[in-house]
Design a protein around this ligand. Sequence first.
Ligand code: 9UX
Length: 72
Amino acid sequence: REKNVQLRVIGMTCAACSNSVESAISNLPGVSRASVALLQNKADVIFDPSRIKVEDIKVAIEDAGFDAEVLP
Ligand code: 9UX
């Protein structure tokens, strides 16, 4: 069963930033869809919790060079 999570992404300043975060998340095993909104500083991710943890999504955003926090 897939779940949805939203994260605040801090530090994106141009469309290339949001595109790179979006592809970093999209390429994670267990993520079926990711969209990143530059102006809202938000990532919306659909994932399979049996394959990947929310924390791993957060870490992938940080590895791409941005800060991230999981939204409630
Ligand atoms: Mo745009 Mo983002 O030139 O790190 S790619 S600022």
